[in-house]
Design a protein around this ligand. Structure first.
Ligand code: ATP
Ligand code: MG
Length: 582
């Protein structure tokens, strides 16, 4: 690719509306451009990086026995009504009508379409197992599209679906996909973890997310520092902690005055108790319905755990006015004793003896509160977010809390869709049985963005070689000098012949300008033909990742670069074994 003919509109300034490094750099390096909120055009180098990820995905899917298909993007509403998701999916589903007034949607995911297809075409156990995937543009009308390709409305996804005749077969397929994902993200040069994940509204029995570790990630993870346990905070458990007040005789329930003491910190200081002794009562709206939730003062409610317990799609914290309206008590003084509202409680809260709670009237708290004796919640469950103070549920080791970007998600779906859509096959005995399904997604654009989020410096992108749009920037630093131009032409031709993809910067610009652009684009190697060449016949090669550099006579330069690229690619292709199976 010659820079004079290419569309690589690099920017000097950081665009104001880009908050995270990957978004800023993808815009600055001219990889993408925004059309409208959450919808981007992929420019040549952005698309090239995407194609690299896609190629790795295709190879590993093939290796794992999956076949590629391409399913329609426009999907009839009827199919979604059969699965029950037309009503449930909410406003992320972009719905439309055709000229005959027939309802349809733009595919945000393809369980319905693929289940319908397979149930028509694979009627017998002899056709199973089947594992089909596609790489396609999805549309989700995200409420807050942000961070460029990280959370778009229109985005490229690899989505795969497996159909097995038996439970054991389906589980084996699931773990084969788990391993394929491990290989894919390793080959993309990412630092990642597979974590246990919530199965959410898609349904199913178990699930893992593949998380690229990055501070700007939208997900929070609990990772054991001693064993292989790792889970999304939405799902993470912990070993039972020390019981607060264990062994104490139950005290008498006592009303105490706590004038203007509302927050956990204020009440604890006022009464001289640790936060773990206090039980806080929070009011949430679960799909609009109020519910009180009890957790220890040093704990926080995990909204996804709460939503799962209540079977709600959305839970939000009620504002002060709603709290007073639903409980009759002022904010800061709510408590479970005598509360008129439906109450659910966290397990750890129920294990506190002689606790302190709000007294359901202004400036008043209760001491000596004993769960079970003084109040009985409608349900008790693990409702709180694990913290770094907790221990691993698997080995009791210390847990670390860290952030991650979800690049892949695999689900064991079971018969959630095949039952709803009456998708069955005939087994060996001629009996009709529902397919046992799994589904497997990868955000292709998000993977490129996550790689940049993890691999950049103040000068720009540092692409991992396997997903770099091209391998080398060949800079002509003396474009006005004929020998330099001739040398570059020769190198460019040799690189092409050796199968090395080069960006030949043949523009009539100053060296500093070319170096800056090359650093910004972050191709693994830079090859410069300038003063050193004109004086001593030497070509300078530099590695973007670690600054290592080489000087080499022109006739050997292309071969040396080819060796360096091969070494870098070879190292990246060494995939360590998955760290664990849960
Ligand atoms: P998230 O929680 O981030 O919204 P999700 O659970 O909705 O993700 P899935 O339905 O599992 O995502 O989709 C599979 C993969 O597609 C995700 O792991 C992610 O990499 C990617 N993905 C999902 N939503 C988006 C989006 N809005 N923009 C870019 N990629 C996305
Ligand atoms: Mg989503």
């Amino acid at each position: 690719m010659r820079a004079t003919q290419a569309l690589i509109p690099t920017l000097k300034e950081t665009p104001a509306d880009a908050e995270v490094a990957s978004h800023q750099l993808m815009l600055r390096a001219g990889l993408i451009r925004k059309l409208t909120a959450g919808i981007y055009s992929y420019l040549p180098l952005g698309l090239a990086a995407i194609r690299k990820v896609e190629a790795i995905v295709r190879q590993e899917m093939g290796r794992a026995g999956a076949q590629e298909v391409l399913l329609p993007m426009v999907q009839p509403a009827d199919l979604w009504k059969v699965s029950g998701r037309w009503e449930k999916y909410g406003r992320e589903l972009l719905r439309l009508k055709d000229r005959h007034d027939r309802e349809a949607c733009l595919g945000p995911t393809h369980e319905e379409v693929i289940t319908d297809l397979v149930s028509r075409e694979a009627r017998s156990y002899r056709s199973l197992p089947l594992n089909l995937y596609q790489i396609q543009t999805k549309f989700r009308d995200e409420i807050r599209p942000r961070f460029g390709l990280m959370r778009g409305r229109e985005f490229i996804m690899k989505d795969g679906y497996s159909f097995d005749a038996t439970e054991e077969g389906a589980v084996a397929t699931y773990w084969r996909m788990h391993e394929a994902y491990h290989r894919i993200f390793s080959r993309c040069g990412l630092r990642f973890r597979a974590v246990e994940a919530d199965t959410g509204t898609i349904g199913g029995s178990f699930s893992h997310e593949f998380m690229v570790l990055a501070d700007t990630g939208e997900d929070t993870l609990a990772i054991c520092t001693a064993c292989s346990y790792a889970a999304n905070l939405e799902k993470a458990r912990s070993a039972p902690g020390e019981l607060v007040g264990a062994g104490e005789a139950p005290a008498i329930l006592t009303r105490v005055a706590t004038p203007d003491q509302r927050t956990v910190a204020e009440v604890c200081q006022f009464l001289g108790i640790p936060p773990a002794r206090l039980l806080k009562t929070m009011v949430y709206l679960a799909d609009g319905q109020p519910v009180a939730v009890l957790v220890r003062g040093d704990h926080e409610v995990q909204p996804v755990k709460l939503a799962n317990l209540l079977g709600a799609v959305e839970v939000t914290l009620a504002d002060d006015a709603a709290v007073s309206r639903h409980t009759g008590a002022p904010c800061g003084f709510l408590g479970p004793v005598g509360l008129s509202l439906r109450l659910v409680a966290d397990e750890a809260a129920m294990a506190v003896a002689n606790a302190v709670t709000g007294g359901n009237e202004k400036d008043c708290h209760l001491t000596g509160v004993n769960p079970g004796r003084d109040f009985a919640p409608q349900a008790v469950a693990d409702l709180r977010a694990v913290t770094a103070a907790d221990r691993c549920p698997s080995c009791q080791g210390p847990l670390a809390i860290t952030r991650g970007i979800e690049v892949g998600h695999i689900f064991m779906l079971g018969t959630r869709y095949s039952e709803a859509m009456a998708a069955r096959f005939l087994d060996q005995d001629g009996q009709e049985r529902p397919f046992i399904m799994g589904c497997y997604g990868i955000g292709i654009g998000r993977t490129v963005a996550a790689a940049i989020e993890q691999n950049h410096d103040p000068n720009g992108i540092i692409f991992p070689a396997p997903i770099a749009p091209l391998q080398v920037a060949l800079l002509n630093l003396a474009p006005e000098q004929q020998p330099a131009a001739a040398a570059c032409e020769e190198l460019y031709a040799q690189l092409e012949a050796a199968g090395i993809e080069a960006l030949y910067d043949d523009r009539n610009e100053r060296p500093g300008f070319k170096f800056k652009d090359a650093d910004l684009l972050g191709l693994p190697f830079r090859m410069a033909v300038g003063k050193r060449f004109l004086k001593d016949g030497l070509v300078e090669i530099r590695s973007r990742a670690d600054g290592a550099n080489w000087e080499c006579p022109l006739p050997e330069a292309a071969a040396l670069l080819a060796t360096l690229v091969r070494e870098r690619m070879g190292a990246a292709a060494q995939v360590p074994l998955p760290c664990h199976r849960q």
